[in-house]
Design a protein around this ligand. Structure first.
Ligand SMILES: NC(=O)c1ccc[n+]([C@@H]2O[C@H](COP(=O)([O-])OP(=O)(O)OC[C@H]3O[C@@H](n4cnc5c(N)ncnc54)[C@H](OP(=O)(O)O)[C@@H]3O)[C@@H](O)[C@H]2O)c1
Length: 304
């Protein structure tokens, strides 16, 4: 057990900080299940895809290009159907939705995993701050476009982060969503991750009985997500990582647990961490904020 794992201990279900995606799926036969994952070519998404295919699931693997998704798919043990989905390009996301609909896939779980973090400079695309566009708006278009394909007991898993607590005042800056005033890398990432969390919460209230939606903090893991962080910070991260961070197999565990574990079939609207139910910030539990964000997001994506 790691130092942190030892300190935190396991949750009531016996899983915890150190649990890996393989451990959380031990004994599960996922053959016949189809699971969609965004960001399937790197970090947690790639590990989740590896373990889900290992257990027999067919994975719809989404990456910025079909080539990237296919290359990643070729490295894992089972069946991967690759799709292009560049989340910061609404037309690419809508094309991915059309392609998946045309191919007629029914989906047992969607893992909205892709993300970018802490861009040093405010970057705009289609008039939106790039983390908000990629992490939240792109996934909103994708998931809402595919809800009709979810099976009766289908699950939606949205990657949030403990960074959802590092938000601008009010949680979501509805008066300045693209953070024109006082852009900061971490609060901007935090706003997008709070949006992911609130999306899962609002979605859980809209899904028919039987379907569930939850948000996940995977832990802190040294993946390509740190690509925009300064070199010195990454060096510290790399050194600290060996002692204090989760490994990638541990980082992928909570999203995989939420997507396929039988215990999670009826849990909905929750924030999950270390393969257990966790407590988010007050903003993360604010249903009025979640509803307002849903309405605003619908207006924003209609204009994209
Ligand atoms: N690692 C952590 O410590 C940590 C902590 C909390 C939350 N999370 C969350 O966990 C999720 C997975 O992160 P990770 O650590 O596995 O990071 P990662 O290794 O950087 O993987 C991120 C994935 O997202 C994809 N992606 C980024 N921008 C995209 C876009 N515009 N369109 C389509 N795909 C895009 C990347 O594709 P490319 O490789 O082509 O860029 C990559 O496949 C993220 O949502 C992140 O916010 C991670």
């Amino acid at each position: 057990m790691s130092l942190v794992g030892l300190f935190k201990g396991n949750g009531p279900n016996g899983f915890g900080y150190d649990t890996t995606a393989e451990q959380v799926t031990e004994g599960l036969d996922l053959s016949g299940q189809t699971i969609l994952i965004t960001g399937c070519n790197s970090g947690l998404g790639l590990e989740a895809m590896r373990v889900l295919t290992l257990r027999g699931a067919t994975v719809l693997g989404l990456a910025r290009t079909k080539e990237k998704a296919a290359e990643a798919g070729a490295t894992v043990p089972g069946t991967v159907v690759p799709y292009a989905c560049e989340l910061s390009e609404p037309e690419s996301v809508r094309a991915a939705v059309r392609a998946i609909l045309d191919d007629g896939h029914r989906i047992d779980a969607m893992i909205l995993n892709a993300g970018i973090m802490a861009l040093p400079k405010r970057t705009l695309k289609h008039g939106h701050e790039l983390q908000f566009l990629t992490n939240h708006l792109g996934h909103f278009i994708l998931a809402t476009g595919l809800l009709g394909q979810l099976t009766e007991k289908g699950r939606v898993v949205v990657l949030s982060s403990a960074a959802h607590t590092t938000t601008p005042r009010g949680g979501i800056r509805f008066d300045d969503l693209s953070l024109e005033q006082g852009y900061q890398a971490w609060t901007s990432y935090g706003q997008s991750k709070l949006a992911n969390l609130l999306f899962a919460r609002a979605l859980s209230k809209r899904l028919p009985a039987g379907q569930v939606a939850n948000a996940v903090h995977p832990g802190v893991i040294n993946t390509n997500l740190g690509r925009h962080m300064p070199g010195f910070a990454m060096a510290i991260f790399g050194t600290a990582g060996r002692l204090f961070l989760k490994t990638t197999p541990q980082g992928a565990a909570t999203e995989v647990w939420a997507a396929v574990h039988p215990d999670m079939a009826t849990v909905s609207g929750e924030y999950l961490a270390d393969c257990n139910i966790a407590r988010s910030s007050a903003h993360g539990r604010d249903d009025a904020l979640a509803e307002r964000l849903w309405t605003v997001t619908e207006e924003l994506v209609a204009a994209l």
